[in-house]
Write a protein that binds this ligand. Structure first.
Ligand code: NAP
Length: 326
């Protein structure tokens, strides 16, 4: 078993505090500051064997760290890590699936209810004193009653959303690249086909090239004027200018978004739209769930250097046969 204290682990400043402390207790933690790798001398770069990451780990960054063996990514989505490059170089990448699934599904349902029943707008009405001064908030034209939801990305989070939607009496259909043989929900083999068959489209798919701007003008057109778009996946999956145009023109009814193309920037045109509910990427953002995610990063990196298999390798590395421990 490796002497963990001799293993240099690069940890970004601002990383989950308890996870950083746990890594610091076991490993030789080095700071990754805003200056990136420029903040490390060439000799220090040679030494790094692991990165704990919540952001971008590019191919160039991996290539600049010749001793790198594992990237412990914080989050289930790892579109900001070039996992294909890592796998090709024999570098392990781990993510944090499962521990955040229920929290994110809760957020998705909250966002859907907020959006369809205009709950943030109604709350603003009360806080502005309008209830007393002018009367009740108007009846909402939207309701969850009688709706059918189409889920793009019926994976761990998508399934947890589907389970909740069943309890709400909402019909369910889905689009994945592959049909699941363990569910009876109606399957569509194109996103446009799914959007045309439902009135509520929920995005729970990963980001990255395969989903880039998949929700485009044609998909929004297919969703139609009573349509609701909920995005809990990644902002890059939606063509944001096309969505803004569709909301402004009434091509779809309303949208609830937790994720955006260029976070933390949110286009002013989106902020100005009255028929959009916008959350600052809070899907998994509870102390409880973030602690579990941080612990899983620590457990993966610790297992790797202790001769035990990592717990949650990403599929690219598992498929490529990247060693599960050092
Ligand atoms: P998962 O279990 O891997 O599920 C992903 C699903 O998406 C799978 O069913 C997959 O099916 C489908 N999919 C993948 N690529 C696709 C494509 N190009 N077109 C259509 N469907 C595709 O992952 P998860 O744990 O549910 O997480 C899903 C995503 O949620 C993450 O990747 C992340 O981006 C996002 N997320 C957001 C938050 C937040 O705070 N808002 C928090 C956590 C996660 P096929 O392989 O058959 O296509």
């Amino acid at each position: 078993m490796a002497d963990l204290k001799s293993v240099p682990v690069l940890v970004p400043v601002g990383f989950h505090a308890a996870a950083r402390a746990a890594l610091q207790e076991r490993f030789d933690v080095r700071d990754l500051t805003e200056t990136g790798l420029d903040g490390l001398s060439p000799a220090e770069r040679q030494e790094i064997r692991a990165i704990a990451s919540f952001g971008n780990v590019s191919a160039a960054m991996m290539d600049a760290l010749p001793g790198l063996q594992i990237i412990g990514s914080f989050g289930v989505g790892y579109d900001s890590v070039d996992a294909a490059h890592a796998a090709a170089k024999g570098i392990m990448v781990t993510n944090t699936p499962d521990v955040l699934t229920e929290e994110v599904a809760d957020t998705a349902l909250g966002l859907l209810l907020m959006t369809v029943r205009e709950l943030p707008q109604a709350e603003r009405h009360l806080r502005a004193g309008l209830w007393e001064a002018k009367g009740p908030y108007p009846l909402t034209t939207g309701t969850l009653r009688g709706r059918t939801a189409g889920i793009m990305g019926l994976g761990r989070i998508g399934m947890a959303i589907a389970r909740r939607l069943e309890a709400f009496g909402v019909g369910i259909a889905y689009y994945n690249r592959r049909r699941r043989d363990d569910v009876a929900y109606e399957y569509h083999d194109t996103l446009e086909g799914l959007a045309g068959a439902v009135d509520t489209l929920i995005i729970a798919a990963p980001g990255g090239a395969s989903t880039d701007k998949a929700v485009d003008a044609r998909v929004l057109e297919a969703l139609g004027p009573d349509g609701i778009l909920i995005n809990i996946g990644r902002g890059t999956t939606v063509d944001e200018p096309a969505l803004i145009a569709a909301l402004a023109a009434g091509t779809i009814k309303t949208a609830g978004l937790d994720v955006f193309e260029k976070e933390p920037h949110v286009p002013q045109a989106l902020i100005d739209l009255p028929n959009a509910v916008l959350l600052p990427h809070v899907g998994s953002a509870s102390l409880h769930t973030r602690a579990a995610m941080g612990q899983l990063v620590v457990d993966n990196v610790t297992a790797f250097f202790s001769g035990r298999d990592v717990l949650t390798p990403v599929p690219e590395c598992a498929k490529a046969g990247v060693p599960l421990h050092a």
